[in-house]
Design a protein around this ligand. Structure first.
Ligand SMILES: Nc1ncnc2c1ncn2[C@@H]1O[C@H](COP(=O)(O)OP(=O)(O)OP(=O)(O)O)[C@@H](O)[C@H]1O
Ligand SMILES: [Mg+2]
Length: 412
């Protein structure tokens, strides 16, 4: 993506370059589903470039994205109940992916059996794994789905969650600090709640937890500031590229209440102390990193208030593209990009640009209509149709579109 710009010596050169690079970029070579959502049986070999999956509403496009998400992060991106993905009237679901990485090739698979004692079993190279963290990182994915628009439109909680998740994926120090912070916060809040009932509290205990919150809060603020600065730089670059309009400037700013300097930890503790009476009155800790927000602005105005639907979607997409970039920078591997139904509200120019930018990592794009994407830029195109309520997939090879029957692959 972005860092390969120097290789751009014309479209063909760029394409060649990315195919060479795909030899070293993580990509999924083969996908197989059995009794997964509406698929009785499905298998296909995606391109290492852009894969477009299109079909009518309800045909099963997101189901494929969901299966890949399971194999990457161990869970669905849209349900908390594993049982939901098991095909109706079946007792198990299965999905697997063969993943090519820089030096190896692995097969990751999932067996879901809601009626068994252990419902969810993952295997790597056919060997069952016992610990969840063995799965994380094997297949790195960045997903963008319609739900992500809420990150921009809704309250600060979702934005914090997104930032926490992004930084946690690349920094264990951050992940641990966040866990420690939340644990100290819960205990401090328990004291505050108790005070509301009894009018008694132990200032020494508050002091102990304030110390913890200041210590871990400092780590978190420092990471957030650094990360959001990088995110802003890359996302605003993408926004400029995609909108093709120099008057539309995206900026993402970290709205921290504290200044980052050598006094940060002390200032943090002071902030908690100065707000203690208020916290005791309210029964909760009102200041700190758990209340911070991100300002997402378009030309210095809040995008959630002033942005059009397409602008909000472009901004959300650029944040995800920046995440891909930052993933690569920090982990050394390009992740697979999953774009579920994100094209329909973008104008033609934005769609084209968007596909050009994503073309350097393996990308799965779903859309309801073939015209939602610039087909010239798709490396492989799949059309999903349903027959007798069974999901089937028909693969079109773009160059041979006129003679589809020779090239179709139907899986039942
Ligand atoms: N457990 C299940 N068993 C069988 N079919 C299921 C199951 N869960 C969902 N489905 C079916 O899967 C289909 C929805 O699939 P999916 O969400 O992938 O559609 P889509 O192609 O992404 O649609 P849209 O364009 O509206 O986003 C629906 O027809 C639904 O009935
Ligand atoms: Mg869908």
């Amino acid at each position: 993506m972005y860092i390969f710009q120097e290789g751009e010596a014309g479209d063909n050169a760029q394409k060649l370059l990315c195919y060479d690079l795909h030899l070293y970029i993580m990509n999924i070579e083969f996908v197989q589903l059995r009794n997964f959502r509406n698929y009785e049986e499905l298998s296909f070999s995606p391109s290492p470039g852009i894969n477009v999956i299109y079909g009518k509403n309800g045909s099963g496009k997101t189901n494929i994205i969901e299966a890949i998400h399971y194999l990457s992060l161990g869970k669905s991106h849209r349900t908390n109940s594993d049982r939901d993905v098991v095909r109706n009237n079946e007792s198990f679901a299965f999905c697997s992916a063969t993943v090519r990485k820089a030096n190896t090739k692995i097969e990751i698979s999932l067996n879901l059996s809601p009626n068994e004692k252990k419902v969810k079993n993952f295997s790597i190279a056919k060997k069952r794994i016992n610990r969840f963290h063995e799965l994380i990182g094997q297949l790195q994915c960045v997903i963008f789905s319609p739900e992500d628009l809420l990150v921009i439109k809704e309250g600060p909680q979702l934005r914090r969650k997104l930032i926490d998740m992004m930084i946690s994926q690349i920094s264990t120090e951050y992940f641990i600090a966040l866990q420690e912070y939340n644990s100290a916060l819960n205990q401090r809040n328990a004291i505050l709640r108790e005070y509301k009932k009894t009018n008694v509290y132990d200032p020494n205990m508050i002091d102990i937890f304030d110390e913890q919150l200041a210590k871990y809060g400092t780590v978190i603020i420092t990471h957030r500031a650094r990360f959001i600065d990088e995110l802003n730089r890359i996302a605003s670059y993408y926004y400029e590229q995609i909108s093709h309009n120099e008057h539309e400037k995206l900026s993402i700013q970290y709205a921290s209440s504290l200044k980052i300097d050598s006094e940060l930890s002390r200032a943090y503790k002071k902030l908690l102390l100065s707000n203690l009476q208020n916290d005791l009155f309210r029964g909760t800790t009102e200041k700190g990193i758990h209340r911070e927000d991100l300002d997402i602005l378009l030309n210095t105005k809040e995008i959630k208030v002033f942005g059009s639907q397409g602008q909000v979607r472009t901004a959300a997409l650029c944040i995800k593209l920046a995440q891909v970039e930052l993933f690569k920078k920090h982990s050394g591997e390009w992740p697979v990009l999953l774009l579920d139904d994100v094209m329909s509200e973008l104008d033609v120019e934005r769609r084209r640009k968007m596909m050009e930018l994503t073309g350097k990592v393996q990308t799965f794009i779903t859309c309801a209509d073939e015209s939602d994407v610039d087909i010239q830029l798709a490396d492989r195109k799949y059309y999903i149709y349903q027959e007798n309520a069974n999901g089937k997939m028909k693969k079109f090879i773009e160059e041979c579109n006129s003679n589809i029957s020779n090239n179709e692959l139907i899986f039942e």
